[in-house]
Write a protein that binds this ligand. Structure first.
Ligand SMILES: [Mg+2]
Length: 251
């Protein structure tokens, strides 16, 4: 009788219990408080310690999923977690084992950043954030200019076949065809994450596709603050509560 390898596999409940946990984490507004400008966030020693400890408990199944580019994230992070998986630019970039995988980028966002600087030169308080795969126009310091910013961003999206993502006091131009749900699926396909159950923690509208992705895999979505609460399985109030909750999550 032929016995295939699959039939030979015996699941032993003693050694193969419930799926192990993987932890997928948004960055801004989830691990660090939102600040007045994107460059002024603070990666505290406590945050590094919390993530390091979680990564040890979960055998490296911890990943950051951010709208920021990998280069931006690494500049903010003090280099203490070289092996951590990072998805940047809303799923356009993936860093695994120190190597960044990403599509070829064009200079469209550099050109749009220059155009935005000119367009908003007389409007105090608009912060232009150029990314490898996107352009954020922040109006946190000038909330009255929200509609002005929205109109310019919409016009640029039309002109360059881009996608507008609304965030927390920011409109962002991005390439079409990638979101944080794609990032989650790419991470969960890595060997290190195979067979695990993902928990995703996020605070903003861009996290909702990631929530849906983990829920489709039998995982759970945890919201931070009110914006994503209706889409989540568990609700946390703020960054402080996130760090406490991460400390509780075991393998
Ligand atoms: Mg966020």
């Amino acid at each position: 009788m032929h016995i295939s390898p699959a039939q030979n596999t015996v699941l032993d409940p003693q050694t193969d219990p419930a799926p192990r946990t993987a932890l997928l984490l948004d960055f801004d507004g989830t691990l660090v408080d939102i600040t007045r400008t994107p460059d002024s966030v603070d990666v505290s020693r406590e945050l590094v310690a919390v993530i390091t400890s979680a990564s040890e408990r979960l055998a490296g199944r911890v990943a950051i999923v951010s709208g920021r580019s990998i280069a931006q994230l690494e500049a903010l992070w003090p280099g203490s977690l070289p092996d951590m998986v990072m998805a940047g630019s809303h799923g356009q970039e993936l860093k695994v084992e120190g190597t960044v995988d990403s599509p070829v980028h064009t200079d469209v966002f550099a050109r749009l950043a220059a155009a935005a600087s000119g367009h908003f030169a007389d409007d105090g308080g608009i912060v232009i954030e150029e990314k490898t795969f996107g352009l954020g126009v922040h109006y946190r310091l000038a909330p009255a200019l929200r509609e002005t910013v929205q109109a310019w961003v919409a016009a640029m999206a039309d002109a360059h076949d881009l996608f507008v993502q609304q965030g927390d006091m920011v409109f962002e131009l991005r390439p079409r065809g990638a979101d944080k749900g794609d990032a989650v699926r790419a991470i969960m396909a890595l060997d290190r994450f195979e067979g695990s159950r993902p928990l995703y923690i996020g605070d903003d509208l861009t996290d909702i596709p990631a929530f849906q992705a983990v829920q489709a895999m039998g995982g759970a979505a945890i919201s931070v603050g009110p914006r994503t609460a209706d889409h989540s399985d568990e609700q946390l109030t703020d960054v402080r509560a996130v760090l406490t909750r991460i400390g509780e999550i075991g393998a």
